[in-house]
Design a protein around this ligand. Structure first.
Ligand code: PHE
Length: 346
């Protein structure tokens, strides 16, 4: 019997020294394996009487069970220790300052377009607008027809459209289809903005990209006026630039608004003197806007005798360039990390 206790003590010592699962497997084989120490003792007892063999056999079985239970507990413990160790090694303090992170890791930032889009969204949210989304691949109906631009209308040529082979689908040329989808999904009164990418097959230069960004706005209710529209747009621009901005309204033609306007603001890059971004005129076209055309309301199943509203489409690329003093629109697309990483968290 003493032999068993000594063996158990020896086993405990060996197990304590095991550092890996493989070490533990070795200890297990050494003690309770087929050719292990417990079986060795049993072999040495084969000349005993039946009574004695029975007691010793039972004792050796219970020793084996103890050893195996101990090994299982030890393995569980070992696994937990390894997980704890990995957790204490592989972690990042996300509250650390850039200065510390810059020593080895680079910190993430938002693209300036995302920053400006979110800023614009937040301003409109604070004025009670919803945010809507729409697909990049549109159909003729949502991009043109329901916006009062029927087939063969000359206004279709104003927007160099990327058509799909079926000549029915296209990459949306503006965010205005979000107006149509908004009217389909909501009963008046409502007001929402819808940001996103738009696509036009244009020649590229310092201020033109084939893919650019707009945010559409629409408000429909009763007795909405141009004064409401001007109020929301002025609030937007003065919030974005955090100061009084000079603006001018010109008559503008868009088939989906009547009357239609173009709103310009003084170029903030050159202070009105003229530069490549404002095409040397000192003013920047910010957006097209106007009162929603009655036929567009009808397409949206809204009765123009009861409801009316305004809509606008604001270009986000030039707004972003003004906001951050960026002088070439192509910086916004080329993915150069030296450019993007200058803009920090939202
Ligand atoms: N969709 C027009 C454009 O892309 C802008 C616009 C939107 C004009 C809404 C008026 C009303 O140029």
């Amino acid at each position: 019997m003493n032999q068993f206790e000594e063996l158990y003590a020896e086993f405990s010592m060996m197990l304590e020294k095991a550092a890996t699962a493989a070490d533990v497997a070795q200890v297990k084989a050494d003690f309770v394996g087929k050719k292990g120490r417990v079986n060795d003792i049993m072999k040495g007892l084969k000349d005993m009487g039946p009574e004695e063999r029975k007691t010793l056999g039972a004792a050796s079985n219970s020793l084996k069970e103890r050893i195996i239970a101990e090994i299982d507990r030890f393995l569980e413990d070992l696994e937990r220790r390894q997980i704890d160790e990995r957790l204490s090694r592989d972690w990042i303090d996300v509250t650390l300052s850039d200065a510390v992170l810059d020593k080895g890791l680079s910190s993430a930032g938002y693209h300036p377009l995302s920053l400006v889009q979110r800023e614009v969204e937040d301003i409109f949210i604070s004025m009670g607008f919803d945010i809507l989304d729409g697909p990049h691949i549109e159909d003729d109906y949502h991009n043109f027809e329901a916006l009062n631009i029927p087939a063969n209308h000359p206004a279709r040529d104003m927007q160099d459209t990327f058509w799909f082979a079926d000549l029915h689908h296209l990459l949306r040329t503006h965010t205005s289809p979000i107006q149509v989808r908004g009217m389909e999904a909501h009963k008046p009164p409502f007001k929402f903005v819808g940001p996103g990418k738009v696509f036009r097959n244009e020649a590229l230069d310092a201020s033109h990209e084939a893919c650019f960004h707009q945010i559409e706005g629409m408000m429909v209710g009763e007795d909405i006026s141009v004064a409401h529209m001007i109020h929301f747009l002025k609030t937007l621009l003065s919030n974005i630039f955090k100061r009084e901005i000079k603006v001018r309204l010109r008559p503008g033609y868009f088939p989906f608004v009547e009357p239609g306007f173009e709103l310009d603001y003084e170029c903030l890059l050159c202070g009105g003197k003229g530069c490549s971004v404002c095409k040397q005129v000192g003013w920047v076209e910010a957006l097209g806007c106007g009162m929603v055309h009655p036929r567009v309301l009808e397409y949206g199943r809204i009765d123009p005798l009861v409801h009316n509203g305004f809509a606008f489409g604001l270009g986000l690329d030039r707004l972003t360039m003004m906001r951050y003093g960026i002088d070439d629109v192509r910086h916004l697309q080329d993915g150069d990390l030296r450019f993007v990483s200058q803009f920090k968290a939202y």
